[in-house]
Design a protein around this ligand. Structure first.
Ligand code: SAM
Length: 402
């Protein structure tokens, strides 16, 4: 908390410590209208789960979650306010995970009149998320209710960590946890501090590198137990970076220290243990090796490489190497000087496709998308100094935070 902040007790402090997730599913959902500005409310197990005054805020979250169109996942149906807003946008499919069976019944009735396809998945997200395919979602709106006090401030991050792989590259996620923010905003006068101190560290741990927030003006009735006294609500925006088009380099252009190198080559020679090959294109020949992790992954069986195989090597790292390879013949029949002291290494971040049909590449060297753009080498301080073998190649490009 910053020095300028004066803590005020706000928000909801009545969650039970020992409520079980399973109990939530069969507990009766109490929908009724309050005439004190809250409008329709949803109470479950005695807790204020959702109130109608949130509608404009829900619509703002829906706008973010649908901004990429496609398939949108919503977690927590509640009063169906964000769901109704999601349906106003140009999407292909609306998948909804909801734990409480009374709420699901209401949701299934609601779904009958919606313009876009709705797929209800009844259950706790904790039990459902694993069944979703990877790279499946274009947008996510997460708004469940903390089921006990231990998860009041963090349940969204447990979810966000799990959903990352299910999101397509280029997709977007937003979340709402007013039961947490209602408390935290009393402790952080500035939104910037609240965001940086209580949300960002978790978001980074979940794997996101690109994220930002804005706030949305709201009017919470005094009778709202979880948000009374606040005038704005958080609109987080978390993005999974889009894939970039792969750029292939001729071997002669590769320099020591390059990372995320993509090349199209042919195997020219194999050494007996078959974990080292020499590969070439029209410009040079280079030593190529792959780590045991890559060699044992079931999609890639370098042990079956043959001389003459065409390879696509992606996300490789180029290190210095002592091995000299005779240069290939140049166009004029002259010996051409290749980059002979270089070695391409395909490690756990890398990818090796040698059965191009199986890899889904229609023509021998069609377009392939990759996560990383080429990373240029650092300044080569000493030609003789070995490269830093501990350097990690990231599977996605770090982008500017916020
Ligand atoms: C705050 S309400 C959602 C409000 C909704 N966004 C709207 O606009 O009306 C939370 C909903 O999440 C559901 N829920 C709570 N925990 C859940 C979980 N672990 N998995 C799935 N749904 C959950 C609750 O039953 C409730 O319907």
């Amino acid at each position: 908390m910053g020095a300028e902040t004066k803590a005020v007790e706000t928000g909801y402090h009545n969650l039970n410590a020992d409520s079980k997730h399973e109990d939530w599913q069969a507990t009766k959902a109490d929908f009724h209208v309050e005439e004190d500005g809250r409008g329709e409310v949803l109470n479950i197990d005695g807790h204020p789960v959702m109130e109608q005054w949130e509608q404009p805020y829900m619509a703002a979250l829906a706008k973010i979650a649908t901004s990429k169109g496609g398939r949108v996942l919503e977690v927590g149906f509640g009063l169906g306010l964000s769901a109704t807003a999601i349906q106003q946008y140009d999407i292909e499919e609306h998948v909804i995970i909801e734990a409480n069976s009374d709420v699901v019944k209401r949701g299934e009735e609601w779904a009958k009149d919606q313009p876009h396809k709705v797929v209800f998945k009844e259950g706790l997200w904790q039990d459902v998320v694993d069944s979703l395919p990877e790279n499946y979602l274009d947008g996510v709106l997460y708004d469940p209710y903390p089921l006990n006090s231990a998860e009041q401030h963090i349940h969204q991050f447990d979810f966000i960590k799990k959903i990352y792989a299910k999101m397509k590259p280029g997709s977007i996620l937003t979340y709402c946890n007013l039961t947490s923010i209602g408390v935290l905003k009393g402790q952080h006068a500035k939104w910037e501090n609240l965001w940086k101190q209580t949300q960002v560290p978790h978001i980074i741990r979940c794997g996101f590198q690109k994220f930002s927030f804005s706030t949305f003006k709201i009017t919470a009735p005094d009778t709202c137990e979880y948000y009374a006294g606040h005038t704005e609500a958080l609109l987080p925006k978390l993005e999974r970076p889009a894939l970039r088009k792969a750029r292939y380099l001729p071997l002669e252009k590769i320099r020591r220290g390059y990372k995320n190198v993509n090349v199209r080559v042919k195997v020219t020679e194999l050494v007996p243990d078959k974990r080292i090959a020499f590969v070439g294109d029209d410009t040079a020949t280079i030593k190529f090796s792959w780590s045991s992790e890559v060699a044992t992954s079931k999609a890639e069986k370098p042990a079956s490489l043959k001389v003459g195989d065409e390879l696509i090597i992606r996300n490789a790292t180029c290190k210095g190497s002592g091995k000299y390879r005779p240069a290939k013949k140049g166009k004029e029949g002259e010996e051409k000087k290749g980059d002979v002291n270089l070695s391409l290494i395909c490690d756990r971040w890398g990818k090796l496709d040698f059965d191009l049909e199986r890899a889904g590449i229609p023509e021998a060297f069609g377009d392939v998308k990759m996560d990383n753009p080429l990373t240029k080498p650092r300044e080569d301080k000493s030609k003789d100094s070995p490269d830093d073998d501990d350097d990690e190649v990231k599977d996605e490009e770090p982008e500017d935070d916020e």
